[in-house]
Design a protein around this ligand. Structure first.
Ligand code: SF4
Ligand code: SF4
Length: 739
């Protein structure tokens, strides 16, 4: 979900902001500096990052998002090293600005790489991509996308492949083995230059996190760079613009020159892999990224080993667009049948192959989605039934009993587990312990009890976790930073005002222009809540324009400054809104639930008819804990006094109605058996992990809950007078108990 052109930001210490300041990538940056003779060990995404430098990349940009956030995070922190190579790094404000950055490769022989999460990021970048691909590039342009498809995905299930086809982009889908991935990064730049097509490399989550080794090469300092500047701008060339009339010529160039040039490059450099096998009567064509799952599936049928050898010939498509008809035809010719393994829908590759075979008059029977699932991730278990059907039909001598037994055993195991465990409650993800966004939804719940239910336009970001219990809040999510825009058609039809919720990450990514500007321009009667937590937290707490600067963070660590006062340091959101002419603005401390409830009620009922913005202020607790934990550990190691706040529940007072839990959802506020043998209902309890955010107390006050919560101050390494005071108290309370 989340993502910044931060280059213009400056901190007092470093000159340029770094992404994810509390997470250090020291080891990864050392890996980037390996040279010839060294062996790289690590994850796929870091191997890709290293391969960019080995390929002479001159500029790098992007917008973070799983599973490729690591690429940009590491590059941003590696700026001092990249400066020595003359490589420029830019953390872009969104994917559109990242795609537009590739415009440097339109005129100049500069290799550029950008990254983002697909499909959502590619949607945002689509306009710039079309305008880039139409004139075509002269310097290699590579887009590394996290193909967030399948189990564990956090976005809509669509494929990047459609964009490659419509905009004529070469699409790489490398077999997940580090040496192969690195080889293909280097070829992607070269193919892009040979064909003038920008190239996309899609990496599924498993490819990003696969671990392995490859023999490193020296990094290549680009010929033109921040250290070897371009003397003069390129001459004016209308063909480099995506404007008519030259766009008509561009379209022809794509068909007549660029695609053929890309196909020739793919074939000449054998980018796709032909793996031989003795059962030549059949064959398998697989997207490179699915190869490991296919290999494991073949193993269950006894048709492959664990080292990549297969009895059935395999064509591994490391480049899935464009398909090379002659290559496919040569692979399929003479075989009885071929099975295409293509994840997701529609079956673009299968159709390309069918067309190639038909036009080449190759009579091989083609199978694909008729035997394999039409949608969903191609896990090993999803592939095996399709393979079974294929092999049963064309290789009848193969004993399929072991594979069938494997599938049956899986089904039995699942059934046994389900029976043993019984019905389990759903365990949806939730906010971190102490998250500053949780109290806002507590307040929103309370506000609606007073003003009535309202339509809530939700957004992408941590606050989307409020769509789960206990808040179940949010009617729609239309994209990152799109909440305010998405209520534009709703709020005029509603008797009660609607609320749009947006994070500060979404605000800078898109929401400022798409939502705020439009609402102000149209004079909309709208309410917007901006979660000002200081980072794009959902993508890894990268810095944004309103991130507290390094000096403020350091001072806060020393003083264990409260969340709200640190977030309050940076006023860029408030100043921007005021500069745009916003008339109704309230800034509220998130953890003051009652104040937040009153402010939301005011926004929903105020006679003021224009845009009303509530800035909900509270620093991301995850980032705050990362900062203060080492500081606290240091204090304790030096034997210094440390005071922390914890909340608890008096089990004798708790009535067992659990209203506090329904207003919170904090994982450390949970249940335990009632110690009173005369009461059946479990009581609320606060377990280890409470960070003392104060929400428990604030909710008890705002919702007038039972008075069972208490606030405790835990002092470690107390001073002598505190020890003495504690002893006196213990003695007194002990005496009172026995009296
Ligand atoms: S990462 Fe930060 S903003 Fe996101 S849920 Fe955790 S504490 Fe809240
Ligand atoms: S005070 Fe309550 S809401 Fe806050 S961290 Fe502790 S248990 Fe969770």
């Amino acid at each position: 979900m989340a993502r910044a052109c931060l280059q213009s930001l400056h901190s007092k210490n470093t000159g340029t902001r770094q992404a994810a300041m509390e997470v250090q990538f020291t080891e990864q940056i050392q890996q980037l500096q390996l040279g010839a003779g060294d062996t790289f060990h690590g994850e796929g995404i870091l191997a890709i990052t290293k391969a960019l430098l080995q390929s002479g990349v001159a500029y790098i940009g992007g917008y973070q998002g799983a599973p490729v956030s690591h690429l940009l995070d590491v590059m941003v922190q590696a700026r001092p090293y990249l400066d020595t190579l003359g490589v420029h790094v830019e953390a872009c404000s969104n994917e559109a600005s990242a795609a537009a950055m590739l415009g440097a490769s339109l005129h100049y022989p500069l290799r550029g790489a950008v990254t983002w999460k697909s499909i959502v990021g590619t949607n945002v970048a689509a306009d710039a991509l079309s305008n880039l691909a139409s004139p075509g590039v002269v310097g290699g342009a590579l887009i590394v996308v996290g193909e967030d498809y399948g189990e564990g995905a956090s976005v809509i299930q669509e494929r990047t492949h459609a964009y490659a086809m419509k905009s004529t982009l070469a699409l790489f889908d490398p077999r997940p083995e580090l040496g192969n991935m690195v080889r293909l990064v280097e070829h992607a730049f070269a193919l892009s230059e040979a064909s003038n097509m920008p190239a996309v490399m899609e990496l599924r989550i498993r490819a990003c996190h696969v671990r392995g080794t490859f023999e490193a090469r020296d990094n290549v300092a680009p010929k033109l760079s921040t250290r070897a500047l371009i003397d003069e701008p390129a001459g004016f060339d209308y063909m480099r613009l995506a404007h008519p009339p030259v766009t008509f010529r561009h379209e022809k160039l794509k068909i007549e020159q660029r695609i053929p040039a890309a196909q020739a490059y793919i074939a000449e450099h054998r980018l796709n892999e032909h793996l031989d096998g003795p059962r030549t009567e059949v064959g398998l064509v697989v997207q490179g990224g699915l190869f490991n799952a296919l290999q494991r599936a073949l193993q269950t049928l006894g048709l492959a080993d664990a080292f990549g050898d297969s009895a059935v010939p395999i064509l591994v498509l490391n480049v899935t667009y464009p398909v090379v008809p002659a290559e496919v035809g040569a692979f399929c010719a003479g075989k009885r049948a071929v099975l295409v393994l293509e994840e997701g829908s529609p079956e673009y590759i299968e159709k390309d192959i069918a067309q190639a075979l038909r036009r080449g008059d190759v009579q091989t029977t083609l199978h694909g989605k008729d035997l394999l699932p039409a949608a969903g991730e191609y896990t090993v278990e999803a592939i095996v039934p399709g393979l079974l059907a294929f092999v049963e039909r064309y290789l009848p001598d193969v004993d399929l009993a072991p594979a069938r037994a494997w599938l049956a055993a899986n089904a039995t195991r699942r059934a046994d587990v389900a029976q043993a465990l019984g019905a389990l409650p759903a365990r949806p993800p939730g906010f971190c312990v102490g998250c500053p966004e949780r109290p806002v939804f507590s307040a929103l719940k309370l506000a609606q009890q007073n003003v009535g239910p309202v339509h809530i336009a939700a957004d992408i970001g941590c606050h989307a976790l409020a769509t789960f219990e206990p808040f179940s809040s949010g009617h729609s999510i239309l994209g990152y930073g799109m909440s305010l825009a998405s209520r534009a058609g709703v709020s005029p039809m509603m008797q009660r005002r609607s609320i749009a919720i947006m994070g500060d990450g979404g605000f800078w990514h898109n929401g400022l222009l798409t939502g705020v500007q439009a609402a102000l321009f149209n004079g909309d009667d709208a309410v917007l809540v901006i979660m000002k937590n200081g980072y794009t937290s959902a993508t890894g707490t990268q810095d944004i324009l309103n991130t507290p600067d390094d000096d403020d963070k350091a001072a806060a660590a020393k003083n264990d400054t409260l969340h709200q006062s640190l977030a309050h340091k940076n006023q860029s959101i408030e100043d921007t809104l005021k500069g745009m002419g916003l008339q109704w603005l309230r800034v509220v401390d998130n953890y003051d639930v009652d104040a937040m409830r009153r402010t939301l009620q005011e926004a929903l009922t105020s006679p003021y008819n224009g845009l009303k913005v509530v800035v909900a202020e509270g620093e991301c607790q995850l980032e705050r804990q990362r900062r203060i934990k080492p500081w606290i550990a240091g204090l304790l190691a030096r034997g210094e006094r440390v005071q922390r706040v914890k909340y608890g529940v008096d089990e004798d007072v708790c009535t067992g109605d659990h209203a506090c839990i329904r207003l919170s959802g904090c994982p450390t506020l949970t249940l335990k058996d009632n110690p009173d043998p005369l009461k059946m209902d479990p009581v609320a309890t606060v377990i280890d992990g409470c960070v003392g955010c104060g929400l428990c107390g604030a909710n008890a006050h705002a919702a007038t809950l039972c008075p069972s919560f208490y606030r405790a101050e835990l002092v470690r390494n107390p001073r002598w007078h505190e020890r003495l005071l504690a002893r006196v108290r213990d003695t007194l309370t002990g005496a009172l108990r026995t009296a």
